[in-house]
Unconditional design. Structure first.
Length: 593
């Protein structure tokens, strides 16, 4: 699937950039870090990577490895600019908190108060209020994505996105679950614009980038600011990555040095190179765990544009229980990650320009390496558990397990609790109870006959708020996540049966004709009955747009996708003219010849 670049292509050049400005660490530490990243670069066939380390309010080390532009033999260095993907969300959250301090908004109020053209429907009892704080923490119940125009040659503006969101319904009640939402952060970008009276780009430039001294950071690339912008690489080939529509969710571009300055701001209670950017109180609020009391709890902590894990920090003389905070970001080619530990006044950033950069982008790994070699400090992750105070899990009766569960595109029918079968794209999965309990282990066969193991994972059923849930357990860390719940699927009505058939796309289809991924050019839709469930099949030009989604009827014009979490609760709607709305696309039925 992914072509391997010949190791010979790496012979004949030095990975490390020359002429480092930031280099005040121990030479032994420097040697270990450089050796590690040179090795990772070659092992994973990554073209270019840059890093920065901040300690005690200074950038103590910053450098680059490999190439910013391989065809032109331009080396990567500490000032090479990369797309930072969803790390952008932390900047958007910071902007929202600045505007709250200026009394331009209140994060405890509905976002519709500031975006009056947003009129999304909710099928729950929360009065359609989309509270800004919940959007910041991905707990509002907004859909995760709306695919039409997300990656394309000419992205539509935010007002077009809002017009499409108004056809959608909320996917879950507020405070029910943590479900990552790009369009939620796109709305926060619009909130910044409406309350500041500036474009999102100009607001960040005037109120974040300049005060922090981030001279190589921007949203929109121009010939003037893109001199140091890295090329992207996929399958070993150079690409020009297309834009994304939801810029406040993932379009910022920055360098390791600039991201180091950004980290310094968090570690210095909101103080930037050119003055206070945010008060210490607001910084602490951004970093604090805001999702401990969800209905479906989560072990990872989430604040505003930041997430955190609990860790033990062990020095030669003491042990500290604390948190490691940050955010990652991924586009097709670029990958970024930053992490910091406030109590130790230390943070790091890793930026890469290659699809395989996911294998070496972990800021946590760099932070561990630096602390271990420079300060003889070790980090170990600790499981954090939270339970909603008003609800308690219980063990369901075996008779309550029978029924249908949706796991992504997999339809799991439990008709024999002692042997549960699942099939997905050539995988045959059998779940069997462990020691006659409701905790299960999995046996998997590839192509139906090649066995292999699923390591560090078990499964269990629980009863919670009178509903049966299916959870995955990571045995290595003890983390548990809700992945599905028992669905009460309605029979397909005659109204929806009349929609069965093939559809072609109409109207605004924002194409990306040269996109290798998420290319919806010529997208089609089919609606059918699949095992008594309303089912759609959608196909665009690239294989990753070929999806099968199952729905439950809410009304004669509204159906929502089954399951829980990101991608569940999505809207399928019959419009007044009989056309079908799904994921920002409008489809008309193909007439029979």
């Amino acid at each position: 699937m992914i072509k391997i670049i010949s190791a010979l292509s790496f012979v004949g050049f030095t990975f490390l950039s020359i002429g480092q400005t930031y280099n005040s660490i121990n030479p032994k530490t420097k040697h270990i870090i450089d050796s590690t990243y040179n090795s990772l670069l070659e092992k994973n066939k990554v073209i270019g990577t840059s890093i920065a380390i901040v300690h005690n309010n200074e950038i103590v080390y910053a450098t680059g490895y490999g190439f910013q532009n391989q065809s032109k033999n331009i080396k990567a260095d500490e000032n090479t600019v990369y797309r930072i993907g969803s790390c952008t969300k932390s900047f958007t959250a910071l902007s929202v908190m600045q505007l709250q301090e200026k009394e331009k908004l209140n994060i405890n109020l509905p976002i519709q108060n500031y975006i009056p053209n947003l009129k999304m429907h909710s099928r729950f009892t929360d009065k359609n209020n989309i509270i800004i704080k919940n959007v910041l923490t991905h707990t509002s119940g907004l859909p995760g994505d709306l695919m039409n125009g997300f990656f394309c040659d000419n992205p539509p503006n935010i007002d077009w996105l809002i017009s499409q969101m108004n056809y959608c319904t909320m996917t879950a009640p507020a405070g029910y679950q943590h479900s990552y939402s790009n369009i939620g952060y796109s709305l926060l970008g619009k909130l910044v614009e409406n309350t500041s009276k500036l474009t999102y780009e100009n607001y960040l430039m005037n109120n974040v980038f300049k005060p922090l001294g981030m001279t190589s950071t921007f949203v929109n690339a121009t010939p003037e600011n893109s001199v140091k912008l890295s090329k992207g690489y996929i399958d070993g080939k150079e690409i020009d990555e297309v834009l994304i529509r939801d810029k406040a969710a993932g379009l910022i571009q920055s360098s390791a040095v600039d991201m180091g300055k950004y980290l310094k701001m968090y570690l210095n209670n909101g103080m930037g190179e050119n003055g206070q950017v945010l008060t210490a109180k607001s910084i602490k609020e951004m970093e604090a765990n805001a999702i401990a009391n969800l209905i479906l709890t989560k072990s990872t902590e989430w604040g505003y544009g930041l997430y955190a894990d609990s860790i033990n920090v062990a020095t030669e003389t003491d042990t500290l229980f604390t948190r490691i905070i940050g955010h990652g970001g991924d586009t097709w080619a670029f990958h970024a990650d930053f992490k910091f530990i406030p109590e130790l006044n230390v943070g790091v950033v890793v930026l890469t320009n290659t699809d395989k950069g996911t294998k070496m982008v972990s800021a946590s790994n760099l932070l561990k390496l630096y602390l271990k070699t420079e300060t003889k400090t070790t980090i170990k992750y600790k499981k954090a558990t939270y339970k909603n105070s008003s609800l308690t899990e219980s063990l369901p009766k075996v008779s309550e397990l029978y029924g249908r569960y949706q796991l992504g595109s997999m339809d799991m029918i439990v008709d024999n609790p002692k042997k549960i079968k699942l099939n997905q794209k050539g995988l045959k999965i059998i779940l069997k109870p462990k020691n006659d309990s409701l905790r299960y282990t999995a046996k998997v066969k590839l192509l139906g006959f090649i066995p292999f193991k699923i390591k560090h994972q078990e499964f269990k059923f629980v009863k919670y708020a009178d509903e049966i849930y299916f959870k995955v357990i990571t045995t290595k860390h003890g983390d548990e996540s809700y992945v599905s719940k028992k669905s009460e699927v309605k029979s397909i009505s005659s109204t929806w049966k009349n929609t069965f058939g093939d559809y072609e796309v109409l109207g605004d289809n924002f194409e990306c004709k040269d996109c290798k991924f998420v290319n919806f050019e010529g997208v089609t839709l089919n609606i059918s009955d699949n095992n008594d469930i309303l089912t759609i099949k959608m196909k665009g030009k690239s294989k990753d747009t070929h999806t099968t989604v199952k729905f439950n009827e809410i009304s004669d014009t509204l159906a929502v996708s089954l399951g829980i979490g990101r991608g569940a609760g999505e809207t399928l709607r019959i419009l007044e003219d009989g056309h079908i709305f799904y994921n920002g696309f409008e489809f008309s039925k193909v007439k029979e010849k």
